[in-house]
Design a protein around this ligand. Structure first.
Ligand code: GLV
Ligand code: MN
Ligand code: MN
Length: 412
């Protein structure tokens, strides 16, 4: 009989975790280090202990569970944090399916040539910019940057982690030698429409999109809304509006069909109806699967920011929040996923990941791969995120066979 996970057990875990941080709209809010995220972390530690596995939390707050002895590990995981009012599967699926795989392999007593290691990464979603945990693990976290890492409300990660007894300045010590990572595998919902449109249950991810996210501040001048004639104003919001419209035109004209631009945060100061906006902060996020195109769009966007600022009589300052290149995934891991898919006899297709994932951070230093299951109507980062149970089960079984191939004596 083929190796398979215990689906009712995985379903129970998904349902229990999905209740932590539940919103009135039926979504989940677990921004990293929020009370809900902390509850989810404690819940996971309990589930790991209940599985008879030893848990470990590193200096960046990443949670691990290990099965097997010493030596380079086959890692599996994702993240527990969510966007505000997000779905129950983005991140949670990869962590809980990974836990289920370790549990299953342990209870079946399958011999392992290489240890298996579950990981739940800190702040994938970006309350603090994103990928804090996987950056720390791969040595990409610069100590000098840590005091300046804050959320869009201005809360510093140093202070937020301190409230939970963690020292953010120690996070770089979470670095692991890449030689300790034999492979990293992440099961995730697609979060887009491609698998569903093609009626294919499993996605074999070829590459993960690069993300260039900057914070732009336009500086103008506060003035009276009634007494200041329009031509005499230095309205910071005018620069922002111009950038949002012209940035979109730029990306549509110069980019590829895989280019994305999103302005997801706009903060107006002083934010009062009868005062001309003096300062506007916005996030400007580009995504592309071609590294060259991403660099070009980023450079042209910076020139555009200067141009719109000047035209509106403003000054602009730009800070880089996230700059992560596109990453091709490793042949060795893709081959194992492919073999697992074939063994299960399920159809698959190759595609790119258009969302960010910890696999793209790990994939810069060690062989990484991703398995996708379809998302209903392509919806994600929304309470409407949904994947049918039979698809989740199939994806988790592909994960189990993939991990077994990568870690077991002679594979599955
Ligand atoms: C994370 O889900 C991202 O793509 O930003
Ligand atoms: Mn995710
Ligand atoms: Mn996400």
């Amino acid at each position: 009989m083929k190796l398979h996970i215990d689906f009712p057990r995985l379903r129970r875990d998904l349902t229990e975790l999905g209740a932590i941080g539940r919103t009135a709209e039926g979504g989940v809010s677990r921004p990293s280090f929020s009370e809900a995220d902390m509850r989810a972390r404690r819940w996971l530690l309990d589930r790991i202990a209940a599985a008879g596995l030893a848990a470990r939390v590193d200096a960046a707050g990443n949670i691990f569970a290990r099965l097997g002895g010493d030596g380079p590990a086959v890692m599996v995981g994702s993240h527990l944090d969510t966007v505000p009012n997000g779905g129950t599967l983005d991140g949670a699926l990869g962590v809980l399916a990974g836990l289920e795989c370790l549990r299953r392999i342990r209870e079946l007593g399958l011999p392992l040539r290489h240890p298996l290691e579950l990981v739940a990464f800190t702040d994938e979603e970006g309350r603090f910019g994103g990928f804090f945990g996987s950056y720390a693990l791969t040595g990409a976290l610069t100590p000098g940057d840590i005091p300046g890492i804050k959320d869009t409300q201005g809360e510093r990660i140093v202070d937020v982690m301190a409230r939970h007894g963690l020292d953010a300045m120690q996070a770089p010590s979470a670095r692991r030698d890449p030689a300790e990572i034999r492979a990293y595998v992440e099961l995730h919902i697609e979060q887009g429409p491609v698998l569903e449109a093609n009626r294919v249950p499993i996605g074999l991810v070829e590459a993960i999109v690069g993300i260039h996210r900057i914070g732009v501040t336009f500086h103008g001048r506060a003035d009276h809304a009634g007494t200041t004639p329009i031509p005499d104003r230095k309205d910071a919001l005018l620069g922002a509006a111009d950038l949002i419209r012209r940035g979109r035109d730029l990306v549509l004209a110069e980019g590829t069909p895989a280019s994305r631009l999103t302005v997801g945060v706009v903060q107006v100061k002083p934010g009062v109806a009868n005062i001309v906006p003096a300062e506007v902060f916005l996030t400007y996020e580009l995504r592309e699967v071609s590294a060259e195109m991403l660099r070009e769009l980023a450079a042209e966007s910076r020139a555009l920011i200067a141009e719109v600022a000047e035209a509106a009589g403003l000054t602009a300052s730009v800070e880089t929040i996230l700059d992560i290149p596109p990453v091709p995934l490793a042949d060795a891991v893709k081959d194992a996923i492919l073999a697992a898919t074939k063994e299960l006899g399920c159809a698959y297709m190759r595609l790119s990941a258009m969302a960010g994932h910890d696999a793209q951070v790990i994939g810069r230093v060690a062989p990484a791969g991703m398995i996708f299951v379809s998302s209903k109507d392509g919806r994600s980062h929304s309470p409407l995120e949904f994947t049918a149970d039979d698809e989740i089960e199939r994806g988790a079984n592909v994960l189990l066979l993939t991990l077994h191939r990568l870690a077991a004596d002679g594979g599955s």
